[in-house]
Design a protein around this ligand. Structure first.
Ligand code: NDP
Length: 310
């Protein structure tokens, strides 16, 4: 049987994904027809970006699965017309990119690099940072990305605490879980990394109460999602010196509006949602493997729990 695969994403994505997807599907031994247009009732799989034109899945009567091109699924989990399995993107290129971005920004804060880069004024001013082992880093979220970042930071010697919904046992990481442990996780965070998904349960995880639990002057690095942070509370904490610096890659509104106070704040670094990108070559292999599994009647990889929203 031929698997009809609809690529439902913006045209610029098709340009960069078509060739790698065909290579990966060929390598997986799948018999397929891959296109950007089919009659809905002919479609077996949708390779999907939530900003595509497909928002109503009802006409896709023989659909077997939706294979999301993105790791975050907050824009699709609530779609009531979607009744088939939803798989999200877990891609080692995406993970490695996130590890590099988080580690780079953590080291910037740990070493106080801004003082050297921005403060060069002819004065011989020594400043010796603590060793990584004397620096507490907390990673909120110990999934595909959070765990990889936590492990890399621990391998550099940081005193790493991780926090998730369910219990974990990861060598070298102090693993905490559940709402009752969040205050402990915050208290250990001289550097705090947010790698939680955007769900009803995680909205405003950083708020006035939890920000007050951080050590004074802590740095925040958010490559997770904008709604994880109560922006007014963060701005107040920055102004009060409770938070020393915030490096923010994701926002409630993207692009971040030009008049947003984050742009002008001296202790905020804004990056334009570039922490990590899905890499077409490796991501295509993940999608092809799921199509192969679907055709072979095997369980799909990386399924989303729609009740939990991630
Ligand atoms: P995963 O689903 O693999 O991991 C999510 C983690 O968050 C899990 O450890 C989970 O706990 C934890 N979690 C979820 N809900 C709660 C809660 N209520 N309380 C405590 N912990 C919770 O996601 P990924 O690691 O793949 O990705 C994380 C996020 O990173 C994505 O959702 C996306 O928003 C963002 N992202 C950002 C990118 C960027 O460029 N800025 C690129 C890619 C992703 P448990 O393990 O117990 O289930």
């Amino acid at each position: 049987m031929t698997a009809n695969i609809l690529f439902a994403a913006k045209p610029d994505r098709w340009t960069i994904y078509e060739a790698p997807l065909r290579r990966a599907l060929d390598a997986a031994g799948v018999t397929y027809d891959l296109r950007t247009g089919f009659a809905p009732e002919e479609v077996d799989y949708i390779v999907y970006a939530p900003n595509s034109d497909v928002q109503d899945f009802t006409p896709y009567t023989r659909l077997k699965a939706v294979l999301n091109l993105w790791a975050g699924v907050e824009n699709i989990t609530g779609n009531q017309t979607l009744t088939v399995p939803l798989a999200r993107m877990v891609d080692h290129g995406l993970t490695q990119g996130m590890v590099e971005w988080v580690t780079g920004h953590a080291l910037r804060h740990h070493l106080g690099m801004d003082a050297d880069i921005l403060g060069q004024d002819g004065t011989w001013r020594k400043h010796i940072p603590p060793l990584a082992s004397e620096r507490g880093v907390t990673v909120l979220g110990l999934g595909e990305l959070g765990r990889a970042c936590a492990e890399t930071l621990a391998s550099l010697g940081f005193d790493v605490t991780g926090w998730a919904r369910s219990p974990k046992d990861i060598p070298g990481i102090r693993c905490l879980h559940g709402d009752s442990a969040l205050a402990d996780a915050m208290a250990r965070a001289e550097i705090l990394v947010l790698l939680l998904p955007d769900t009803p349960a995680t909205e405003n995880t950083l708020n006035a109460r939890t920000l007050a639990q951080l050590p004074r002057g802590a740095c925040i690095i958010n490559p997770g999602r904008g709604p994880l942070i109560d922006d007014d509370a963060l701005l107040a904490a920055l102004d009060a010196g409770q938070v020393g610096h915030a490096t923010l890659d994701v926002f409630r509104t993207e692009p971040l509006p030009a008049d947003h106070p984050y742009w002008a704040h001296p202790n905020v670094t804004v990056t334009p949602h570039i922490a990590s990108e899905t890499r077409p070559e490796t991501a295509s292999q993940v999608i092809a493997e799921n199509v192969r599994r679907g055709e072979a009647g095997e369980p799909f990889l990386h399924l989303v729990n729609r009740d939990l929203g991630y």
